[in-house]
Write a protein that binds this ligand. Structure first.
Ligand SMILES: *[C@@H]1O[C@H](CO)[C@@H](O)[C@H](O)[C@H]1NC(C)=O
Ligand SMILES: *[C@@H]1O[C@H](CO)[C@@H](O)[C@H](O)[C@H]1NC(C)=O
Ligand SMILES: *[C@@H]1O[C@H](CO)[C@@H](O)[C@H](O)[C@H]1NC(C)=O
Ligand SMILES: *[C@@H]1O[C@H](CO)[C@@H](O)[C@H](O)[C@H]1NC(C)=O
Ligand SMILES: *[C@@H]1O[C@H](CO)[C@@H](O)[C@H](O)[C@H]1NC(C)=O
Length: 550
């Protein structure tokens, strides 16, 4: 018996085609093994018949066992030969002949079957083994969840009262607001993981929730027992509020993820905007990122939406700081920001205006538009310093080589200003059905205006599409974007972070993904695989070329 109680599973073999007589087998076992055994000798144990059993091997003066990892017929064959049987009929793993005792001499034995002696086969080394390390997962957590649910439902032994109160909005005769309340009895031990319930100090707490959320409070507490809850959009909002109030992070994240599935349904953009503000309030980073990403990808629509003029400076600033904004070009960003600021008039301080303007990446604005800014811009006069210095920077970007530019401390400081976002205007993007070619300059800087790259874009729908092009695809559809000219000469200074956009039903962008080795695999499970839902195959593909200095 092993001290740690782990059953050692040991192998063994059945020997058939027994050549010898009974007496021979008998003699095999009649030997006094401890006394007479030789180094490397083997024997069978744990079986009534002599031709089968658990293999043991003699080494260093002691009989020990063999781990069954990697044990099969070839190894059994060798043992049988060594014991002078004709051959092995089968090799059996898993402690069929009881657990062994003594040291585990051999582990991961690998024979080719022709060896005359087990100890000449390959194995780790004498007594080197991880035979104990096999772990077993006992997972009855689902059943536990059910049982804890029953504990909660029955209320047996509960020792913590939660009084849930909501005001109905009606006034009572005495002028006070009418409230309704329910009481839930729970177990301190279960809730104590969340300190905000105050279980260590209190036996009763009261909680105020809105009337519409009151029906879901029981689900919320039950979730803490079972980690399960059925969620709809309306209950998700309530559950999220409660989870953030009591610091139940996992539930916040799960419901937050669910919210993002609902974002595209609101063409007014009020949902993503208010969920963003709410996520900031509750400190839900995941929800915040989900909302920002949706608005960044669909920025162009956001600027046309009713929610646009109500954005907070903070939210607009957060969006303009991102490189994953999908817009026709940088000039569009500037013009829409100028309009946004002008509409607000004095509501936005000059300082906030300047801060927002500085987030525009002037070097990315096409040069001919840059030049006209001083005449066309509505804010130019009020913010001459911001425009002046940024336009200068942009011109430098367009006329200086990167090697010169990068020595300028300004370049280092504002590196983001020199990074392209996801621009969908020509020449940088192409929407294609199955395959097409288009060309772009090597880089946004004017210096590269005449260095043209020819791109080929494909959507592969089947293995034959892929193999026709000599490409190995893992799944379908797969998008491919390849440069037709050699990019070697630019390798050290320019890197392409090309992106594939999926636009759902022509309405909203539900996925932005990059290319690896020119390929981009597209999730086929619509609402499952995409950050924002879209029925399978209901999207079109837009390829965007994004060069950046490195
Ligand atoms: C089997 O293993 C033995 C001992 O390592 C070796 O001498 C022999 O060449 C091997 N035979 C084959 C077929 O690999
Ligand atoms: C828990 O205790 C703190 C401090 O006493 C109090 O502010 C808070 O409202 C209590 N929480 C609940 C749910 O009663
Ligand atoms: C600037 O204004 C001129 C004349 O009003 C117009 O022709 C030009 O298109 C405008 N430029 C931009 C970039 O809007
Ligand atoms: C976004 O704008 C396009 C074109 O203006 C429109 O067809 C589409 O319905 C809009 N989508 C949303 C979600 O607002
Ligand atoms: C797609 O999702 C469905 C359920 O939503 C699932 O049954 C199916 O296995 C998924 N297919 C793939 C390829 O992931």
């Amino acid at each position: 018996m092993l001290a740690n109680g782990i059953t050692l599973s040991l192998w063994l073999l059945l020997l058939l085609h027994i050549s010898g007589t009974d007496s021979m087998k008998f003699s095999l076992f009649k030997k006094k093994p401890e006394a007479q055994a030789k180094e490397g000798e083997v024997r069978l144990a744990g079986s009534k018949t002599s031709s089968e059993g658990r293999v043991e091997i003699y080494h260093d003066g002691t009989w020990g066992t063999v781990c069954d990892d990697g044990w099969d017929l070839a190894e059994a064959q060798v043992v049988c030969r060594q014991l002078r049987f004709l051959g092995a009929k089968s090799a059996v793993n898993g402690g069929t002949y009881g657990e062994g005792s003594g040291p585990i001499w051999l582990d991961e034995v690998n024979c080719n079957g022709t060896e005359s002696d087990l100890s000449t086969c390959v194995f780790k080394d004498w007594a080197v083994t991880d035979c104990f390390d096999t772990g077993y997962m006992l997972d009855h957590s689902l059943a536990l969840s059910e049982e804890l649910g029953q504990v909660f439902d029955s209320g047996d032994g509960c020792d913590f009262q939660i009084v849930v109160q909501s005001t109905t909005g009606n006034k009572q005769l005495d002028g006070t607001l009418e409230t309704v309340q329910t009481t839930i009895c729970a177990h301190k031990m279960i809730l104590s993981r969340f300190p905000l319930f105050n279980t260590s100090e209190e036996n009763t707490i009261s909680v105020h929730v809105s009337l519409s959320c009151q029906p879901y409070f029981t689900s919320f507490i039950r979730y803490i027992y079972t980690r399960k809850a059925d969620v709809t959009f309306s209950s998700a909002q309530c559950l999220h509020q409660m989870a953030s109030k009591f610091g139940v992070k996992q539930l916040m994240e799960d419901t937050g993820r669910l919210f993002s599935k609902f974002l595209p349904q609101d063409v007014t953009f009020h949902t993503p905007v208010s969920l963003y503000e709410y996520s900031v309030e509750t400190g839900d980073f995941l929800l915040k990122e989900n909302c920002l990403q949706y608005m960044a990808w669909n920025y162009q629509n956001l600027t046309q939406s009713p929610a646009w003029s109500h954005l907070s400076v903070k939210l607009l600033g957060a969006l303009l700081s991102r490189s994953d904004l999908v817009v026709s070009d940088e000039y569009f960003l500037l013009v829409s920001l100028e309009e946004w600021i002008s509409q607000r008039g004095n509501l936005i301080s000059l300082e906030s205006q300047a801060d927002l303007l500085k987030l525009i990446r002037f070097p990315m604005i096409p040069a001919e538009k840059l030049y006209e800014l001083q005449f066309n811009s509505t804010l130019y006069n009020a913010h001459q310093d911001v425009y002046g210095s940024n336009i200068l920077k942009a011109f430098q970007f367009n006329v200086l080589l990167f090697s010169t530019l990068k020595n300028n401390p300004v370049f280092k400081k504002d590196e983001d200003d020199y990074q392209a976002r996801i621009y969908t205007a020509t020449p940088w993007a192409a929407t294609i059905d199955r395959s097409a070619s288009f060309s772009t300059p090597v880089h946004n800087s004017l210096i590269f205006k005449t260095n043209v790259i020819q791109w080929e874009a494909n959507i592969f729908m089947s293995q034959s599409d892929c193999s026709n092009r000599g490409v190995r695809c893992e799944s379908f559809p797969t998008a491919r974007l390849t440069a037709q000219n050699s990019l070697r000469q630019y390798q050290s200074s320019i890197r392409f972070s090309n992106q594939l956009l999926l636009r759902c039903q022509g309405k909203y962008i539900c996925q932005v993904q990059d290319f690896k080795n020119d390929l981009s695999h597209i999730s086929t499970n619509g609402s499952q695989g995409l950050p924002y839902p879209c029925p399978d195959g209901q999207y079109d593909y837009q390829f965007v070329v994004i060069p950046n200095y490195i």
